[in-house]
Design a protein around this ligand. Structure first.
Ligand SMILES: Cc1cc2nc3c(=O)[nH]c(=O)nc-3n(C[C@H](O)[C@H](O)[C@H](O)COP(=O)(O)OP(=O)(O)OC[C@H]3O[C@@H](n4cnc5c(N)ncnc54)[C@H](O)[C@@H]3O)c2cc1C
Length: 396
């Protein structure tokens, strides 16, 4: 673990930079799979005392305030290896929710190992009939002695094929109104009654999955917060998701982003325009200028810490603009490219994958509804009576 005395912010910045100077060599030494490299990186980050800057020391964090977290974000964001995305759901969403709402036992069990990358997480929220209308979920959990028995289907579960644990929301009281009978669980994924079926996307990669649970088991005390009070936690986790998506981290433009959910950086578009010999074309110049402006706005929105939906929405708009520009510049190569042409592969991957940015973490329309209702104070969408038991509601 790192230093025991509190460094000054300048000393801390040097410490973070020194750590990241060593990361390329660390990854070179690891000749295993992408997941092995991801775990090696995260373990080194943890051992250096940099895995959870704001987390308490007893959970493996550093116990430092927002000033230090901002220093870490600023230095680390451009230097983090793409493998870090393996922990996006755990470190970015599940662990902060458990830190805020979990029992002391759950925190002691899950936070240190999660920060160290020993467990990979997935998010078991969406269902075939419950995406935007998430509170309409029907996956059910029933208490049986010292376990919960969980039965239902989840959909679009990113990374479930690699996950050790899932942050799951399930219905625990169908007689309660729609939002009132939901509980948040931590589900061990490696059990026979959890079946993960990968879904291959048009990129050719299976990033997400269907997950079938047929009487899957979860220890009785692996619930986050209280039974039937999970909806507030579910939305708190979504806020963490939208905040981290809204930061719109830029990958280096020559890297094929397996996560594929970040806008192509302006610098990459400029190179592509040079490659196509079209940097001076008036329409392309206009698009490049828009892409430049949009890219500048992303960190400014994040710095102003406005509503998470705003950053998320802007990021998806930028993602589509950048991908459409790359598509136009790519010509035939945008849809038919040589396998060993890594740059064409990178751009084509983004063009195909960027539409998903507008869906994952809540669609653009849902972000606009949220902003309209919660920020602008517009009237709420009409919905069912808030007191009607869930089992009496009309469903998809
Ligand atoms: C890349 C990617 C990764 C994902 N990863 C995960 C994951 O790890 N875990 C997980 O649980 N889920 C995940 N999802 C699922 C994602 O959260 C859902 O796709 C999303 O919430 C939309 O739900 P849906 O697909 O059921 O669409 P629907 O909710 O059926 O929406 C269909 C269309 O109707 C519109 N619409 C719906 N309701 C309204 C409304 N009230 N007002 C206006 N328009 C509306 C939507 O905007 C959309 O255009 C992922 C999705 C993608 C694309």
């Amino acid at each position: 673990m790192g230093a025991t005395t509190t460094p000054t912010p300048d000393e801390f910045e040097t410490e973070v930079r020194t750590f990241f100077d060593g990361v390329p060599a660390l990854l070179d030494r690891c000749d295993g799979s992408r997941t092995d490299r991801a775990r090696a990186y995260r373990a080194a980050l943890f051992d250096a005392g940099l895995a959870g800057i704001g987390y308490p020391l007893k959970y493996g964090g550093r116990g430092l305030g927002e000033e230090y977290q901002a220093v870490f974000r600023q230095v680390a964001t451009p230097l983090q290896p793409p493998e870090e995305s393996t922990f996006g759901i755990g470190v970015g969403m599940a662990l902060p929710t458990i830190l805020e709402y979990g029992s002391d036992e759950l925190k002691a069990r899950l936070l240190p190992s999660g920060l160290r990358g020993e467990e990979i997480w997935c998010q078991l929220y969406s269902e075939p009939g419950a995406g935007s209308d998430l509170a309409g979920l029907t996956c059910k959990a029933e208490r049986d002695g010292d376990e919960w028995i969980i039965t239902g289907q989840k959909l679009w579960t990113s990374g479930a094929q690699h996950a050790d644990l899932g942050i799951l929301i399930a219905r625990t009281d169908p007689d309660a109104p729609k939002h009132a009978g939901i509980t948040m669980f931590v589900l061990p994924m490696n059990q026979p009654s959890v079946e993960v079926r990968p879904l291959v996307q048009m990129t050719g990669v299976a990033e997400f999955n269907e997950v079938f649970m047929d009487e899957a088991r979860c220890p009785a005390d692996w619930i986050v917060g209280e039974v039937n009070h999970g909806w507030r936690l579910a939305t708190a986790l979504l806020a963490h998701e939208r905040t981290s998506l809204g930061k719109g981290q830029m990958t280096k433009h020559t890297e094929r982003s397996k996560a594929g959910r970040f806008p192509i950086p302006f610098e990459g578009l400029l190179d592509r325009a040079d490659w196509a010999g079209r940097r001076d074309h008036p329409v392309i110049r206009q698009q490049l200028a828009q892409a430049y402006i949009g890219e500048k706005i992303i960190p400014w929105l994040a710095a102003r810490q406005q509503h998470p939906s705003l950053g998320k929405l802007w990021r998806t708009i930028q993602g589509r603009l950048a991908a459409d520009t790359a598509h136009e510049l790519g010509g035939g190569v945008a849809i038919a490219w040589e396998e060993d042409d890594t740059e064409a592969d990178y751009f084509a991957y983004h063009v195909l994958n960027c539409r998903g940015m507008s869906l994952g973490g809540g669609t653009d329309e849902v972000q606009k509804n949220t902003l309209g209702e919660r920020v602008l104070g517009l009237p709420r969408e009409p919905g069912p009576d808030k007191n009607t038991p869930f089992r009496d509601l009309l469903r998809n």
